[in-house]
Design a binder for this molecule. Structure first.
Ligand code: SF4
Length: 228
């Protein structure tokens, strides 16, 4: 079976990131000998190093208690410094809740909303802004972002107003999202930069390429790609 490792080198800061989800344990061990002790930065295990991760925002808010912000999102976690969830160095907003339930999903902890917290969009945006000078954009993944289209649309609106490059992951295909016909979904699709679409298919995991979990998923440049 062909397996793939992706190396992201940042010579300006002397850092290298290796995407190891398909690597056998022995290979990971050998790389650790050559590269030093690994520090997980995202996916299933965000780093415990406070420089690389950000815990779930506190305090959790309920809509009815939000007097300063009527928009809230079910958030699983928020972290910074990801180099494998879209181009460049990114802040990542992982939503809680996914109704798709792909077989073999790596992020099963995100499937239930109750594993996350209801957090105001203002708090999320405020945290994203703290790292904007050292980051190239924001990625929204999950969970399934389009299970909360109104909240994600509001989030996209506020981030785009501040000039952020936005990547969104969805287990739905682009065509299915269009078919839903919801104004909030149309807003998201017409204002983000990249959509990485389609369910995770474990049989197509090998050789998926950068940013993707399986080969069926597409990286769609919303502004330039023509899918019809
Ligand atoms: S859509 Fe994403 S989070 Fe949901 S089951 Fe599939 S891979 Fe997992």
């Amino acid at each position: 079976m062909n397996r793939e490792l992706v190396f992201v080198a940042e010579p300006d800061v002397g850092r290298i990131t290796v995407e190891i989800s398909q690597a056998p344990a022995a290979v990971v061990g050998e790389m650790a000998e050559d590269l030093g002790t690994p520090v997980n930065v995202n996916c299933g295990r965000p780093s415990s190093n406070p420089r690389h991760s950000f815990p779930i925002l506190q305090p959790a808010r309920q809509f009815s208690n939000c007097d300063t912000d009527r928009f809230s999102l079910w958030l699983y976690r928020l972290y910074h410094n990801s180099t494998v969830d879209g181009p460049g160095r990114r802040s990542v907003i992982a939503v809680a809740g996914c109704s798709i339930r792909c077989e073999g999903c790596y992020s099963q902890d995100t499937h239930e909303r109750s594993n996350g917290r209801l957090v105001s969009i203002s708090e999320i945006v405020a945290e994203i802004i703290t790292e904007r000078d050292s980051h190239d954009g924001v990625t929204i993944l999950g969970g399934e972002p389009f299970d909360q289209p109104e909240a994600v649309a509001e989030l996209v609106f506020r981030l785009k107003n501040r000039g952020f490059h936005i990547t969104v992951y969805s287990g739905y295909k682009f065509e299915k999202l269009i078919e839903f016909g919801a104004p909030s979904i149309q807003y998201i699709l017409s204002h983000i930069d990249l959509l990485i679409d389609g369910p995770f298919v474990k049989e197509q995991n090998a050789g998926a390429g950068e940013y993707r979990g399986s080969r069926n998923q597409r990286i769609i440049n919303i502004q330039t790609d023509r899918l019809t």
